[in-house]
Design a protein around this ligand. Sequence first.
Ligand SMILES: [Zn+2]
Length: 467
Amino acid sequence: MTAKETAAAALKFINEQLGERPVVAVVYSHSHADHFGGVRGVASIEDVNSGKIKIIAPVGFMDHAVSENVYAGNAMTRRMFFQYGVLVPRSPFGRVDQSIGKNTAAGNLGLIPPTVIIDKDIEEMTVDGVKMVFQNTPGTEAPAEMNTYFPDMKAFWAAENITGTIHNIYTLRGALVRDALEWSKQINKALYMFGQDAEVMFASHSWPRWGKKRVQEVMRAQRDTYANLNNGVLHLANQGVTINQIHNVYAVPKSLQEQWAARSYHGSVEHNSRAVVNRYLGYWDANPATLIPLSPEDSAPLYVEMMGGAKPIITKGKSLYKKGKYLHAQEIVNKLVYAEPQNQEAKDLLADIFEQIGYQQESPSVRNSFLAAAYELRSGIPTGASPKTAGPDMISAMTTDLWLDFLAVRLDSKKAEGHEFKINLITPDNDEKFVIELSNATLTNIKGYQADDADLTNKVRSREAAI
Ligand SMILES: [Zn+2]
C-alpha cells in the first residue's frame, strides 16, 4: 500500500481474520509508490538486513521507483491535484472517487530496497514453501513490473497489468507515455502461459475473478482493449487524423464497449487515444499554425478583442451552456478567463461549464480534473493534507547519478550564466567517480571519469552525496 500506517492496519486485519502469521517476504509488483510505499508497515529494515524477510522486485525497480517521481516531481505533485482531485470537497457534486482507489493515503511513504531482483523474463522461486513463477513485464503499466503465478494454487496475480477498467496509456498527473502494444502483448503472454490453468486471477486495485472461463474472458477483454487502442489509433493517424482530432474520431469497438473491463473507469479513451499519437508522432499535428503557437495568455486578449469584449462572450457562453454545448462554451469562455484573470463572472461561468463536462465523464481522473479546476476558479487553490512523495527513504534511495541529474534540473540557468567550474567527485565507500562541469549555464556530469584540470576534488561518503 501507499503508506506505512495503512499497510500495518491491513496486515493487522489479516492476522485477526486469518490467524497470526509471520511475514517472510514482500513482493513489489511494480515501481509505483502505491505498491511499495507501505513496506515499513509490514517489514522492518532490521529484519530485511538480517535476511529474515526477503524483498523481491522486478528488474529496474529501484531506478524507476525513484526516477519516475524526481525530474518532474514538483509539476507532477501539482497535477495530481487535478487527476485525483485530492483536495476537492467530498460530495456527489465534488470528489467521489479516484478511479482505481478511493483515495491516496496521506501517511508516511517509505522504501526498503529489494534484496532479490527478478531479472529473467520468466523466473521460478519457492519462498517458505510457496512456489511462484514471475513474469517480468517491463514497459507496460509501469516501467518495471511483473506478474506472479502461484501454480500450486492455480492463482494468477496480474500486478496492475489487468484491472477492471481501461487503464492509463497517458496518466494525467504526468509521466512518460506508455506502450499500449507492449502492454497488450504481455497480457497475451500471461493468457497463454498462465490463463489456461488459472482458476482465480487477482490484481492491484481490483477484485478477484473466479473460474477459468471468466479469468480468460477478462484477460482477452484487456488484451484487446490495449491492442485496439494502439492499432485503431495508428490506423486513423495513417489516414491523416491528427492528435487534435483523434479523441473525437477513435471509438472502442462495440463488442468491447459492452464489457465492464473495457470501460473508462480509470483512463479515458479520449486522453489515451491522444497519447498513442503522441507516442508515435509527437504532439505536433503537422499544421504550422500550431508549431509555434502564442502562449494562451497572449492569444486570449486578441480573441476577446475580436469577439467584442467580455459582454458578448458571457452572453454567448451562457446560451451555449443552456443548450448543453459545454465544449463549445468552454472554447470561448476559457479565452475570456485567460484575457481577464480577475473577471470573477467569467471564472464562475467557466466553473459551471467545467462542472457539467466533469459530470458527464466516465473516467474519474477526467471528472476530477474538471471539478478541481472549477473549484480553483471559484475559491483559489485549496490547502490541506496531501500525499508526500519525497520522504527520507525516497531521497536516500537516489543514486549519485540521479541526484546529480536532478541537481541540474534544479539549477537556475539564467543565474548560472558567466560561471564555470569543473569538479571531481569521489565517493570512496561505493567506489564512484564523477566529473561535474558547469559550462554555458548548463550543469552536466559523467560517471567513471576524473578531470586532470579540476578546480576542486571532493571526496564524500555516497550517502552524504545523496542527501
Ligand atoms: Zn496502483
